[in-house]
Design a protein around this ligand. Structure first.
Ligand SMILES: [Fe+2]
Length: 270
């Protein structure tokens, strides 16, 4: 078990092999998990391409136990009633996500992905290596017309990344260990996040796959064929984020609460 306190900003221990977190009883949260069966892997490149309508259970067994946890997390993490009150006053929620390493077919394991319907979000890598794959959808009369600004942000431990209100985002584990992410998002975000194109087209406009010598290759998602998809922009976390949030080197974003919580109010600006 690894003591996460200095990295997460809250008391916790991380089992890096199992990908589990243990908090003291004083910490409250709502646990959640995704399984093969509840749809996550349906959207992997391999599964999207190879599923031909056969029996779902036996098809999924090729990839693992259908009802086992694939990835998981904790929503609404809070240390005490004072913190709970403060987060409520500022309309903020603290969450974590744990994603195992590995591949499905050639594709790196990733979250299903979503958007927050008009609200930005802050993520921080607590453990592991992440590629945040993001893109925007320009709509006309409620219909998607154009894919804009697809980008990938390569982030390592302690890197903080702000995703804009318009960015759909998918977190990809490109490392060899469990990826642990912390995030802060507005409570004003609708409870049902926006999965629109991601659901329909089994992911974003690009997939991250492992090349023949282990390198990361970006492959276009053919399901987005009717859209003009711009070239993927490859970026690093902006040092501006740490300046904006007054974060010291390797300081956890959860440490912004309570003293610097006002710096997070922009997360509520839809
Ligand atoms: Fe998000």
């Amino acid at each position: 078990m690894t003591d996460l306190s200095s990295r997460l900003g809250l008391p916790a221990e991380f089992n890096e092999w199992q990908g589990t977190i243990k908090y003291p009883d004083s910490i409250s949260f709502e646990p959640w998990r995704k399984t093969l069966m509840n749809g996550v892997l349906w959207r992997s490149l391999e599964i999207a391409q190879s599923y031909k309508g056969e029996d779902i259970l036996s098809f999924l067994l090729k990839y693992g136990e259908p009802n086992a946890t694939f990835y998981s997390g904790q929503r609404g993490i809070c240390e005490n009633s004072g913190m709970q009150q403060l987060l409520k006053e500022h309309n903020l929620r603290l969450d974590t996500t744990i994603l195992p390493p590995g591949l499905i077919g050639r594709e790196f394991l990733r979250t299903m992905g979503h958007g927050h319907i008009g609200f930005p979000e802050i993520y921080q890598v607590i453990s592991g290596n992440c590629a945040f794959l993001t893109f925007q959808v320009e709509k006309e009369n409620g219909c998607a017309k154009k894919i804009a600004r697809p980008r990938v942000v390569f982030a390592k431990q302690s890197d903080a990344v702000i995703l804009s209100a318009q960015e759909f985002h998918i977190s990809v584990n490109i490392g060899n260990t469990h990826l642990l992410l912390a995030n802060i998002v507005s409570l004003k975000t609708p409870p049902l996040t926006d999965f629109s194109l991601i659901n329909e087209y089994h992911g974003g406009p690009y997939y991250l796959v492992r090349g023949s010598v282990g390198e990361i290759v970006f492959e276009r998602n053919p399901s987005y064929g009717k859209y003009e998809v711009p070239e993927l922009e490859r970026t690093s976390p902006s040092p501006q984020v740490n300046k904006q949030l007054q974060l010291k080197k390797e300081e956890p974003i959860f440490k912004l609460i309570p003293g610097r919580i006002g710096l997070l109010d922009f997360l509520n600006a839809a």
